[in-house]
Design a binder for this molecule. Sequence first.
Ligand SMILES: [Fe+2]
Length: 275
Amino acid sequence: MINSLKKIINKFFPIRRILLTLPSRIIFGNTISFPNNIKPYFHKLNFIKRPIYKALYNSRNSEIKDLGFKKIKYNLNNNLIKSISAKFEQYISDDSICKFGTDKKSRHLYDPLKYIPEIKDLEILYKNEAKNFYSGEYKVHSSIAWRIYSDASYNKENKKYLYSNYWHFDDLPKDLLKVFILLSDNVNKNSGATRVIDVPTSKKLARTFKFVDNALPSITTPRVDKYVYRNDKINYFEGNKGDVYICNTPRCLHAATIPEEGKIRDLIQVELYPV
Ligand SMILES: [Fe+2]
């Protein structure tokens, strides 16, 4: 009885969410909750600091505001990223601090800043972009590092859901920035590069219902894929160890990519919010 009730609720859950997020879809062009869409307006009520920072940092356009993401190539000392990568390699196989995710296809190191404090030294790569985006200071909300593995469904049309590999918006406050720091070399669309759709295209896909809901992948994936492949709208977070991407994930449709057989992809992710 309880199980059949659960099945009915699960079946209708996406429909409920689609109805609840209609205002967000129409007004903001995304499917995150309405409160998450309006939280940034309250963050901006800091009337004293904001104008000073605006004058200091808002003099140039922000690619992150317009497109939703930006790549920053690693240009610091090679020993720094080598040391971070070596420590990650050591910790990721340590069962006392790392856990496998769904189907053992990902492995997570929570709070990597605690284990690899040098990660803080990478902040210089993205600090100014983040300040420019916020017209002010920000704080590191959380950090996580993980490895993703291949799966037999990587080249199938219906890929298994493993680690956010279906198109979605992150249902978090709209001004969240996620910093992706690559910890693998030769990250590309075959070896697990994150896929991202720019803000104007994501808005269009949400408003035209080409993007329906991430809990309905059999309907949503072919509709989004058809549009983005035909119009060449997928951006892959490709690169080498130390390369950084900043992404405003609540405004950009995005998805993980399952690496092809024998490949892995390592990453550190840092979440930023304005202060
Ligand atoms: Fe996500």
